[in-house]
Write a protein that binds this ligand. Structure first.
Ligand code: IPE
Ligand code: IPE
Ligand code: MG
Length: 255
C-alpha cells in the first residue's frame, strides 16, 4: 500500500471567532463517506482512502473536543458493508485494530471516553479485544465520548431493543400497553448518549444508509460534497456554524 502524505496532526485546531460557545451541539454524528472516491481520484487503492480517513478522524475527534462537543458518534462500518470485497473488509478491520492500538494512550491523555455501538459479537476477536480494553480503560473519563459505530445497522439496533423489551414482557415485568419511546430508547446500544443534535454526511449522498434511524428523529442534517479524507477541522467548524443558524422546532411553534 502506498503511503499518502500525513495530515498536520500536531496542530491544535483554531476555533472560528464567530462560533458561539453557548450553542455547540452536544452530540455530533458523522457518516464518514467518500474514502473510495477520494482514493480513486488520487489513483490509489480504496484501502489507502480508508487509511487517510483514519487520519481525518483523528483530527476531527480533537477538533470536536476543542469546540466543546460532548459526544461524537462516527459510522465506521455498517451492517451492510460486509457486502464489500473480502480484502476491503479485512483491511478495514485491521485498520480499526491498528488505529485504536496507536491512539489509545493519546485518547487517555485527553480524557476521552471510548464507546462502541453495533453488533460487536460478530466482529473479529482482536478488534473486540482492543475496543473492550479501550472502553474499560476510559470508562470513567468525563471528557469527550468517542463512539465508534462498527457492524452497526439502525434497523438491527431497533430489532435488538425490541427483543430486549419483548423479554421483559415475557417475564411479566412489563405490560405491552406500558411500552413507550423510553423503553425502546433504554435498550438501544448506547442509552446514556443523548440523541444527535447534528448529523454530518460527507461526500454528498442524501441518505442515512441505515445510520441511527431512531436517534436522528430530530437531528439537524448537514451534507457536504467534500470526501471524508479531505474533511478537516475547518470544514467541521463550517458544519457547526451552519448548525448554529438552524431553528429547531421539534414540532412546536417557535416565534
Ligand atoms: C466510507 O467510504 C467508509 C466506509 C464505508 C467504511 P466509502 O468506502 O464508502 O467511500 P465511497 O463511498 O466508495 O467513496
Ligand atoms: C455508510 O456509507 C457507512 C459508513 C460510512 C461506514 P456507505 O458508503 O456504506 O453507504 P451507501 O452504500 O453509499 O449507502
Ligand atoms: Mg460510501
Amino acid at each position: 500500500m502506498s503511503n499518502p502524505e500525513p495530515n498536520s496532526e500536531s496542530n491544535e485546531p483554531t476555533l472560528p471567532a464567530d462560533l458561539d460557545p453557548e450553542r455547540i451541539p452536544v452530540h455530533v454524528a458523522i457518516i464518514m463517506d467518500g474514502n473510495g472516491r477520494w482514493a480513486r481520484s488520487h489513483g490509489h487503492d480504496r484501502l489507502v482512502g480508508h487509511n487517510q480517513g483514519y487520519r481525518t478522524l483523528k483530527e476531527i475527534v480533537f477538533a470536536a473536543d476543542a469546540a466543546g462537543v460532548k459526544y461524537l458518534t462516527v459510522y465506521g462500518f455498517s451492517s451492510e458493508n460486509w457486502r464489500r470485497p473480502q480484502a476491503e473488509v479485512g483491511g478495514l478491520m485491521e485498520l480499526m485494530v491498528r488505529a485504536m492500538q496507536a491512539e489509545i494512550e493519546e485518547l487517555i491523555e485527553r480524557n476521552i471516553r471510548v464507546r462502541v455501538s453495533g453488533r460487536v459479537s460478530a466482529l473479529p476477536a482482536d478488534l473486540r479485544d482492543v475496543f473492550s480494553d479501550a472502553m474499560s480503560r476510559t470508562a470513567e473519563f468525563a471528557g469527550l465520548t468517542f463512539n465508534l459505530a462498527i457492524n452497526y445497522g439502525g434497523r438491527a439496533e431497533v430489532v435488538d431493543a425490541v427483543r430486549a423489551v419483548a423479554a421483559l414482557v415475557k417475564s411479566g415485568d412489563l405490560q405491552p400497553d406500558e411500552i413507550d419511546d423510553h423503553h425502546i430508547a433504554a435498550h438501544l446500544y448506547s442509552p446514556e448518549i443523548p440523541d444527535p443534535d447534528l448529523l454530518i454526511r460527507t461526500a454528498g449522498e442524501m441518505r442515512l444508509s441505515n445510520f441511527l434511524l431512531w436517534e436522528t428523529a430530530y437531528s439537524e442534517i448537514y451534507v457536504t460534497q467534500v470526501c471524508w479524507p479531505d474533511f478537516h477541522p475547518e470544514q467541521f467548524y463550517l458544519a457547526l456554524l451552519d448548525y448554529q443558524k438552524r431553528v429547531r422546532r421539534f414540532g412546536a411553534v417557535v416565534e
